[in-house]
Each structure stands twice: as C-alpha cells, then as structure tokens.
Design a protein around this ligand. Structure first.
Ligand code: GDP
Length: 438
C-alpha cells in the first residue's frame, strides 16, 4: 500500500535521520525532496506546498535545529503533519440504530462491493443487522451483484427489477428492512462514468425520500487527483459525510488519500484494500501516517491477529514451544494461522521497517511447498519427525512432487528450530548458549 511514497519519503528522510547536526541548509534540501515525493505521488500541488511550509515552521518553532536528535524530531513533525492531512479526529460512523447509509460514487469505483463489505463489517464489529437495498435502476447486473452479496453475508435484501423510480424503491426498501427487523439499511445507488446533473438529481430525490444519516462517497484511489475532484463535486451537490477510499491495494500512488480531506473537505472513513469481503477497514489517519513513513502499523497487525487467530490455540502452541514439544503437525497449523491473516506481503507492510521488503511469489510458493511436504506425511511421522529417513523421505518427496533434498532441507530446518526451542526452554547451559549467540 502506497509503497512508492514510502520509498521516496524514506530516502528523503534517511539523510536527515543520519545527520548529527541539522542546518537550515540540509533541512531545506530534505524538505525539497519531501515535496518532490509528495508531488510524484500525485498529491495536489497546493497541498504539497502547504505541507512543507508547515513542517518547516514547526521545525523552526520547536528549535529542532538545536535538538539532540534533530532527525527523529523532524520525522515526528512530518508524521504529525501527515496525520493532520489524512484527517484528524474520529472517522467512526454515527452510532445510531437504526442507521441509514446511502452509498454514492462513479461507476466502477467499488460502490456495490463496498456496500457488501460495509454490511459485513458493521454486522461483525458493531452488531448491526444489515439490509441492502439496490437503487440502481439502469443496470440489472448491479442488482444481481448486490443480491448475491446480501446472500453471502446473510443479510436482508430488497430490489425491484421492474421499478424505475428510485424514490419508490428507497421507501419500499425501508419498509422491507423494518419488516425484517434490520437496524442498518445501506442504499446502493447507480453510478455514472462522470458526475452529471441527472445522476445528482436522482441522488438528491432519494436522499430526500430516505433521509440517510450518512452519505458515503466511494472513490477509487487509483484515479488519484481525479478521485479528489469527483469527491469535491459530489460533496458540493449532496453533502457527503465520509469517503470510502477503495483499491488502496493496487498501485495507487497516495495522492488521493493525502489530498482528499483538505481539498474535498470530507473525511476518509473506510478503506478498501482488495476484492475480498474482509479486505476493508476503518481508516485510521495515524496508522496510515506511520505506514507511509515506513514505521509500520503494529496496532492493525495485532488487531488482525486477534481477529483471525484463535487465542486458546495460540496459548497451546506457546506452551508447546516452551516445553520444546513442537512437532511438524503444529508447524503446519501455525502456517495455516498465518495464512489466514492474509498474504505475506500485506503482513510485512504492517511491520516496522519492513514495508519496503517485497515478499515475492517465490516465498509464497516455498510456503505452499512446505505445506505440501508436511501434508504428505502420516500423522505419526508429523508427530515424530525422527522417523523420517530413507524410503519414507522418498515417499514424501514423490507424494508432494518435490525432490528428496527439499524434504531433507525442511527436516533440517525443523531440527534447528527444535534445538532453538530447547535452548530457550532454559537451563543454565541453554541460557549461556543464547547469550553467546546474541
Ligand atoms: P460499482 O460499479 O461502483 O458498484 O463497482 P463494483 O463494486 O462493481 O467494483 C468494481 C470492481 O472493483 C470490481 O471488480 C471489484 O471487485 C473491484 N474492487 C472494489 N473494491 C476494491 C478494492 O478495494 N480493491 C481492489 N483491488 N478491487 C476492488
């Protein structure tokens, strides 16, 4: 996510971090690079200019130049300014029950997908009972798509392929939601290729009829400045309460995220980071700022782990490791837990200092191969790896479609892991060895 910007800012700041003493001169130079990095990430030029001016003022104001660790202090100032730019304050939705949300945006921005994701998110995290209402009277396919999402998320759906009046659909949708005892109604509206008068009129009529508490604009981050302009237009016409910025997983350069709040005046409330239903989250400006600066996003990582990893299971594993009683079956289970958290790349992106580390297909493939090898073993072999010699190794290699040496490499690696665990388990000798290794 926004790796390009992270790289460029990283190199601009690396020099500053390293310098023992900051002078007006080297700071001006670094800030010029920061500005350049922002511009090449497609950040609006006015926003970039203002950003650099403010950072500079703060640096002078706080007498960074005289500070002991000036480099770090500048990074902190830049971090705080980025948070301001991405949007300070809460990005939570109104905590109302029933809650009515109207989704607006251009065609292809991810409006329908995000309607399903939002329903899922609010049902899971805020205990809402959602209903999805299809208000696209032009594209029957969009109605089908929403109906399918509603089915997958087990929520109420209302749509009428014959009706062409959005106001009627909206009102009947509200009734249907009430009847089904739903306390969250999400209206998915029609999109267009551009913002046009007809579209705005229709949205205004629907707004008047269903009185939404929130109007969320869905904007495609890959469109950069164009997405910001669209948001501005929509906001002027219908008063949006928030933005869902989608496709941040793609090669979005970051310009949309960074300019959105200050140019369109609407806060980003959610972000879409993939096509899957749970690749969606609340937008946290502080966490995003940390990620952009390559400082990682440990809070999100821990939350993700809490969501996906069974706590009891994790404790059982930790206990096994403490007792050095960890076998290949456990190893397989651990790999599966990690996989549940998402791709290795997305996990790396959240670790401090690792955002630039690219986990290629090769590593993902290696993990899949390791899994295949372990799966070709019998339960007894997984529990007692020392049984694995000669013909058994050959059988496993054949079964998993790898070479004998691959199986042996895995066994060797596992053997080393066990040794480490025994060492950590303690005893004077173990502790001494650990110390020697540090
Ligand atoms: P709509 O026309 O605005 O309703 O757009 P759709 O919901 O049909 O989405 C258009 C395309 O964008 C679909 O192929 C979605 O799978 C894809 N999409 C939506 N959100 C995201 C996202 O956050 N990341 C990625 N990579 N694709 C997305």
């Amino acid at each position: 996510m926004l790796e390009n910007l992270t790289d460029k800012l990283g190199s601009a700041l690396r020099n500053l971090r390293g310098t023992g003493k900051l002078t007006e001169e080297n700071m001006t130079e670094a800030l010029k690079e920061v500005r350049q990095a922002l511009l090449s990430a497609d950040v609006h030029f006015k926003v970039a200019r203002q950003f650099v001016t403010e950072v500079k003022e703060q640096c002078v104001g706080q007498e960074v130049l005289k500070s002991v660790t000036p480099g770090q202090q500048v990074v902190k100032i830049i971090h705080d300014e980025l948070v301001k730019l991405l949007g300070e304050g809460t990005t939570e939705l109104e905590d109302k029950r029933p809650l009515r949300i109207m989704m607006v945006g251009l065609h292809g921005s991810g409006k329908t997908t995000s309607s399903g994701k939002l329903a899922r998110y609010l049902a899971k995290k805020r205990d809402y009972r959602p209903a999805l209402v299809a208000c696209d009277v032009y594209r029957p396919a969009a109605i089908d798509q929403l109906e399918m999402l509603a089915k997958n998320e087990s929520c109420t759906f209302y749509g009428d392929r014959e009706e062409k009046d959005v106001v009627k659909i909206g009102k009947r949708g509200l009734d249907a939601a009430k009847e089904a005892d739903a306390n969250l109604v999400i209206f998915d509206t029609a999109g267009r290729l551009q913002v046009d008068e007809h579209l705005i009129e229709e949205i205004k009529r629907l707004k008047k009829a269903v009185q939404p508490d929130e109007i969320l604009l869905v904007a495609d981050a890959a469109l950069g400045q164009e997405a910001v302009n669209v948001a501005k237009h929509f906001h002027e016409a219908v008063d949006c309460t928030g933005i869902i910025l989608t496709k941040l997983d793609g090669d979005a350069r970051g310009g949309a995220a960074l300019s959105m709040k200050s140019i369109s005046n609407v806060p980003i409330k959610f972000m879409g980071t993939g096509e899957k239903p749970d690749e969606f989250d609340i937008f946290h400006p502080d966490r995003m700022a940390s990620r952009i600066l390559g400082m990682g996003d440990v809070v999100s990582l821990v939350e993700k782990a809490q969501d996906t990893i069974d706590e009891k299971e994790a404790e059982r594993m930790a206990e096994k490791m403490r007792k050095a009683d960890f076998n290949l079956e456990d190893f397989l289970q651990q790999m599966q837990q990690v996989k549940k958290m998402g791709s290795l790349n997305s996990i790396m992106g959240m670790m401090p200092g690792m955002s630039g580390v690219e986990i290629g297909d090769a590593e993902e493939k290696k993990m899949a191969r390791t899994e295949a090898i372990i799966r070709s073993m019998t339960p007894q072999e997984r529990q007692t790896p020392r049984l694995l010699r000669g013909s058994r190794v050959k059988r496993i290699a054949d079964g998993s479609g790898v070479q004998v040496r691959d199986v042996n490499a895995l066994l060797k690696q596992f053997g080393q892991m066990q040794k480490m665990m025994k060492m950590m388990r303690g005893g004077k000798k173990g502790r001494k060895m650990m110390k020697a290794m540090q």
